[in-house]
Design a protein around this ligand. Structure first.
Ligand code: CUA
Length: 189
């Protein structure tokens, strides 16, 4: 009698081993494909320049440029959007209470005056690092009026746990009224 042809149902020890080897090779090939794809994607991203990097000298933030104290807070722009400028420093945010409108795109521009701080607004996707020397930018939209905590979420020294800010989301019309008589808005009492 001649050797039976190999088939998926070959349950002799040799046949089982052959099938096991075949599936093991498939698994190895799949892993290799993932490694190659991850490597190529990593090299590709690494070789691209960053789209845009803005810098701000932490030593002169309070003296010149867009982060001087009188320019911090929320500003209604000519196109109807809102820009919020803020600075983090050990151990507070300036302004400590930020007021934003609901339903309008709000662009945060923030930096640090000393060490790395975190800038996170609870229950939103706003989550930035404030790195001295660089300006962090993020645009968000808040659905409805309310209040949010804004904890520093990067360990920045002994006072880190006490570094909290607040966000007050107000109705769009209320914000526009407030912006009519003030160039920069905050909710600092
Ligand atoms: Cu600032 Cu932690």
């Amino acid at each position: 009698m001649s050797e039976p042809a190999s088939s998926p149902h070959d349950d002799t020890p040799d046949g089982v081993e052959r099938i096991e080897r075949r599936w093991a090779s498939v698994a190895v090939v799949v892993v290799l494909v993932f490694v190659v794809v991850a490597t190529l994607a990593g090299v590709h991203q690494w070789s691209l320049p960053q789209a845009r990097v803005e810098t701000a000298d932490p030593r002169t933030l309070h003296l010149t440029g867009e982060f001087i104290e009188s320019n911090l807070g929320s500003a209604l722009e000519a196109d109807g959007s809102v820009t919020v400028r803020a600075v983090g420093q050990q151990y507070s945010f300036t302004p400590p209470c930020i007021v934003v409108p609901a339903g309008i795109p709000v662009t945060f521009r923030a930096t640090s005056a000393d060490v790395v701080h975190g800038f996170l607004i609870e229950q939103t996707n706003v989550n930035l690092m404030l790195v001295p020397g660089y300006i962090s930018v993020f645009t968000a939209r808040f659905d409805a009026p309310g209040e949010r905590h804004m904890p520093c979420h990067e360990f920045c020294g002994t006072g880190h746990e006490g570094m909290w800010g607040h966000i007050k989301i107000v109705d769009k019309a209320a914000f526009t009224r407030m912006a009519a008589d003030q160039r920069r808005l905050t909710c600092v009492e």
